[in-house]
Design a protein around this ligand. Structure first.
Ligand code: F6R
Length: 611
């Protein structure tokens, strides 16, 4: 949600900033802007993608300096427009040439804006960010770092900012609270960004800024302090990130690439963690807390969006395999609900990015109330991975497509391993675990088999592509998958879709069923098969076309529905990892059919770093 990048060094800043913005564009893409120090600060801003900004800069001179800041925006305050795009300046008539970019939300900006207006400030935009730029200008007394610290003591909300000032042409000040920010440390240069993808091309040495921390960077030195000016020493670490992993290669979209990467990603996720012969699961990140987990009285999973759907599957897994009472909640609801946390409660945050603001807040709430906290996270070193007591990385590699695919499957795999890890230590028999892990080991191959059906799925998609409303039905483990299938379709093809437990259909939504409203039914040959078949009939007698996701070889269902997408047979608790895949491909092909921007769907951002 907004990507920021800043550079100070001896190289030309502009190409480094533009390259960084392209890497961060998945975080927000409704407008983009850049500022470079070159005697004065030159600012360029535009509505639209980074490539529009790049084109625009070809026609402008003066952007030749070696210090600059750049931003790609996902609008919170103020519509996407040039005047609301970042960077923003302090007051034009009484200012000090202070220019700033920001990711986050300044919650008390209305009060601050009024205060500044009373002191004669005139605002050019509707943004909270411009208010912060003016506040820093108001407090500036010849020392940018001090002015930033003072201003940040006055604001509430979340921020990752980078600030430059015409009076101090060799200084870059950055700060963070709540929104992610990393500082890459090169030789006589620093590159600061929302995440490591914009840094690794320049240096692999970097440190995360902690909350309420400010860094003052010159070309050959830096210092970090709290916003109260107390010095602190960050830990510089080696970044583990292979740029090759984020190349599109021959694929048309990242989403498709990431769907096809799933088999390999899952093999990496499992590697070294399961031993079917001994019935053992080895999860290094939680070993220290194994005893607490085994004795846990209650588990609460939190997440948002796709991660929430993974959390729902995790609830089933934890109760089935570990027999621990488990709940699942939207992070955003958990934190405002005055939740009761008793002794023995474990809160598990699920997140691809590890930066989702609501999930971070839920985790902090749980921690403060005494829960042991775990993170099931993909991005190494992200806020959730650092703030939890322990955790398990997904290890599925960077996910660039805004619609989550391989991270979802990774979340399900890790949750399965975690539940088995705990269950084995509680009561699960070694034989049972051995055969479950045997099956788990085959899942990447099953997923591969489904990805090979992409062309067939494409053809089915073409048949239904013009339908405007869809229902997705599932039961048991496949109920959350129905929700996920509907979410995928909505978010990338802008087609209305609703997922629900199949039995819930007749409690209201069945009123929507007609010949124009197709129903996707997850109808595997499991314990709930007959019930699901009955639900399918309820749809059919009302004229609704049915597309079934069914177990390979189920001739019966093939004969009774309009279309079938096959998945290999597997134990019920592992099914979601497989059944999600045809739905991902279905959504993908539908979106492509409609000419939608699959990797950067309208109004969405990959990482939701505001609440
Ligand atoms: C949907 C999607 C989102 C994310 C959600 C949580 O395809 O990607 O719903 O799952 O924003 O993000 P993370 O997992 O980064 O916490």
């Amino acid at each position: 949600m907004c990507g920021i990048v800043a550079y100070i060094g001896h190289k030309s800043a502009k190409p480094i900033l533009l390259e960084g913005l392209k890497r961060l564009e998945y975080r927000g893409y409704d407008s983009a802007g850049l500022a470079v120090m070159n005697a004065n600060i030159h600012v360029a801003r535009t509505v639209g993608r980074v490539r529009v900004l790049e084109e625009m800069l070809k026609q402008h001179e003066g952007f030749d300096g070696t210090l600059g800041i750049a931003h790609t925006r996902w609008a919170t305050h103020g519509e996407p427009s040039e005047r609301n795009a970042h960077p923003h300046r302090d007051d034009e008539s009484n200012g000090h040439g202070i220019v700033l970019i920001h990711n986050g939300i300044i919650e008390n900006y209305t009060v601050l804006r009024k205060y500044l207006q009373d002191r004669g400030h005139t605002f050019q935009s509707d943004t909270d960010t411009e208010v912060l730029a003016h506040l820093i200008g108001e407090l500036y007394d010849g020392d940018l770092e001090a002015a930033v610290q003072a201003a940040l003591r006055e604001v509430t909300g979340a921020y990752a900012i980078a600030v430059i000032c015409e009076n101090e042409p060799d200084v870059l000040v950055v700060a963070r609270k709540g929104s992610p920010l990393m500082v890459g440390v090169g030789k006589d240069e620093y590159i600061v960004a929302s995440d490591s993808s914009a840094i690794v091309a320049h240096t692999t040495q970097a440190f995360h800024l902690e909350d309420y921390t400010v860094a003052r960077l010159t070309r050959d030195a830096f210092r970090t302090t709290t916003i109260d000016n107390v010095p602190i020493s960050p830990q510089i670490k080696e970044l583990e990130f292979d740029l090759g992993q984020i190349d599109l290669g021959d694929y048309e979209h990242y989403m498709l690439k990431e769907i096809f990467e799933q088999p390999q990603a899952l093999r990496l996720c499992l590697k070294g963690r399961i031993n079917p012969r001994d019935g053992q699961v080895v999860l290094g990140g939680i070993t220290e807390f194994a005893r607490d987990l085994v004795k846990a009285k209650r588990i609460i999973f939190v997440g948002q969006g796709t991660a929430f759907h993974a959390a729902m599957v995790s609830e089933y897994l934890m109760e089935d395999l570990a027999k621990i009472p488990t709940e699942v909640e939207f992070s955003s609801e958990f934190r405002y609900r005055n939740p009761i946390i008793q002794d023995g409660t474990v809160l598990i945050a699920i997140s691809q990015s590890g930066e989702t603001a609501d999930t971070i807040a839920a985790l902090q709430e749980g921690k403060q109330r005494g829960a042991l906290t775990l993170g099931l996270v993909n991005v190494v070193g992200s806020t959730i991975s650092r703030e939890t007591d322990a955790g398990v990385y997904l290890r599925v590699g960077p996910e660039i497509g805004v619609a989550s695919t391989k991270a979802f499957l990774g979340q399900l795999m890790v949750a399965t391993m975690l539940a088995t890890f705990i269950g084995r230590r509680r009561f699960l028999a070694a034989d049972y675990v051995s055969s479950l892990l045997d099956e788990l080991e085959t899942i990447p191959d099953c997923v591969e088999k489904v990805t090979q059906l992409s062309d067939q799925i494409h053809d089915v998609t073409a048949k239904y592509a013009d339908r405007e409303n869809w229902l997705f039905l599932g039961r048991g483990y496949n109920y959350p998958v129905a929700l996920e299938g509907a979410l995928k379709l909505k978010e990338i093809s802008y087609i209305h879709a609703e997922g629900m437990p199949a039995a819930e259909l007749k409690h209201g939504a069945i009123a929507l069923v007609d010949a124009e409203t197709p129903v996707v039914a997850l109808a595997l040959q499991d314990e709930l098969y007959d019930k699901m078949r009955a639900n399918i009939q309820e749809v059919q007698v009302r004229g609704g076309p049915v597309l079934a996701i069914a177990t390979e070889g189920d001739a019966d269902i093939a004969a009774s529905v309009d279309d079938v997408l096959w998945v290999p047979s597997c134990p019920e608790e592992l099914a979601p990892v497989i059944t999600a895949v045809p739905l991902q491909l279905f959504a993908y092909h539908t979106a492509v059919y409609h000419g939608c921007d699959v990797d950067q769907p309208r109004n969405l951002a990959k990482s939701v770093t505001v609440e």
